[in-house]
Design a protein around this ligand. Structure first.
Ligand code: NAI
Ligand code: MG
Length: 327
């Protein structure tokens, strides 16, 4: 069967790390058909729109998408693209790898972040010059869908269960519903789980990350806690993510366009390659996904490494090293 993979490199180092990762996918899967499309600042300058309809339609119709990053237009690009795949969960692993000088080398976390509502639902108002408000939306259906996904996620990976992050002691209705719904689904499915107040959890993750594994979060909490975890494992160049929808999914590094190093050929492609490993697993190519992961981890451990990890290699050299290990 041919898998159709949309490739949207975007701006800045997206133009470097995504083509490098496409080469890895080409080596892995001769059955993949790649379809390139544009989005971001450069397209906006040329055409007046950051996300052409054709790109949105391509992503909506593809089996999976690999996305790089967009610059100033990021919100105009990535939010509609996540909606194009109807993504209800953002999967963000944060793991420390040997050879990368992580602040907390014992960190091995996965955040499952609600991706459609919470404070990011877009209901903000300016009532007067002085007063602004925000309506936080939490639904039982979205919480349930996330919880079902979380239960399957830990079952498939033989994880011990998960932690529910929330602040239901203050946001009694919204986070109360979130907590109770995830708790109920996990009870029904027999998945072990505990819960943690998200502010205290931030402290515990810094002090004892090894005590945690999979963490199920409302939207904003997942955004903030996963960026905190990025700090524990040594920065943005290593973190992949997946936006999963009911029919298809979009995979992207957590980092942005890195304008300070864009065009220099030194961007670290590992986050995008780890995202590609998640893409392969999502499409059912578990062995291939693991092979990519192993190859990238081996390069991280033994070099060559890009300057953000203390090395002096370029994107191309790291990519060749990964390809060599795969062949
Ligand atoms: P950034 O992630 O682009 O860069 C932050 C720092 O990390 C920079 O020093 C950069 O050089 C470094 N860095 C990031 N990825 C790296 C990699 N793969 N290899 C080596 N070093 C790496 O975040 P920043 O500077 O806040 O944003 C820059 C632009 O990216 C902005 O225009 C922002 O809107 C956009 N952005 C887009 C995102 C997306 O499309 N999903 C996500 C985050 C930011
Ligand atoms: Mg963020």
């Amino acid at each position: 069967m041919t898998e159709q993979i949309a490739i949207v490199s975007g701006d800045g180092i997206g133009q470097e790390v995504v083509p490098a990762t496409r080469r890895v996918l080409e080596v892995i899967g001769p059955q993949f058909e790649f379809m390139e499309a544009d989005a971001g600042d450069a397209v906006k300058e040329e055409t007046g729109t950051a996300l052409p309809d054709g790109t949105r339609e391509l992503v909506a119709g593809a089996d999976a998408t690999l996305f790089g990053a967009a610059g100033e237009t990021a919100a105009d690009v990535i939010l509609p693209l996540r909606r194009a795949v109807d993504s209800f969960v953002n999967v963000r692993p944060a793991r420390a790898y040997p050879g990368t000088d992580a602040l907390r080398p014992e960190t091995d976390l996965v955040f499952l972040r609600e991706n459609t509502e919470g404070v990011y639902a877009g209901h903000e108002s300016r009532l007067t010059h002085d007063v602004t408000t925000l309506t936080r939306v939490v639904t039982e259906s979205a919480s349930e869908r996330l919880a079902e996904f979380a239960c399957e996620y830990v079952d498939e990976r033989d994880e011990d269960g998960f932690t529910i992050a929330h602040k239901a002691n203050v946001m009694r209705e919204t986070d109360g519903l979130f907590r109770d719904t995830v708790d109920r689904v996990a009870d029904v499915r027999g998945v072990p789980h505990d819960e943690a107040l998200m502010d205290a959890l931030a402290t515990h993750l810094c002090l004892r990350p090894e005590e945690y594994g999979v963490i199920v979060c409302p939207n904003l909490a997942g955004d903030v806690l996963s960026d905190l975890a990025a700090g524990l494992v040594g920065g943005l160049g290593l973190l992949p993510s997946a936006n999963i929808g009911p029919e298809n999914a979009l995979f992207e590094p957590v980092h942005g366009t890195a304008p300070d190093i864009a065009g220099e050929g030194v961007a670290n492609p590992c986050a995008t390659m780890f995202s590609a490993a998640m893409l392969l697993e999502y499409l059912g190519y578990d062995g291939e996904g693991q092979a990519v992961r192993d190859a990238v981890e081996s390069v991280l451990e033994n070099g060559p490494r890009t300057p953000d990890l203390g090395g002096s290699a370029g994107t191309g050299e790291v990519t060749e090293a990964v390809l060599t290990r795969l062949s």
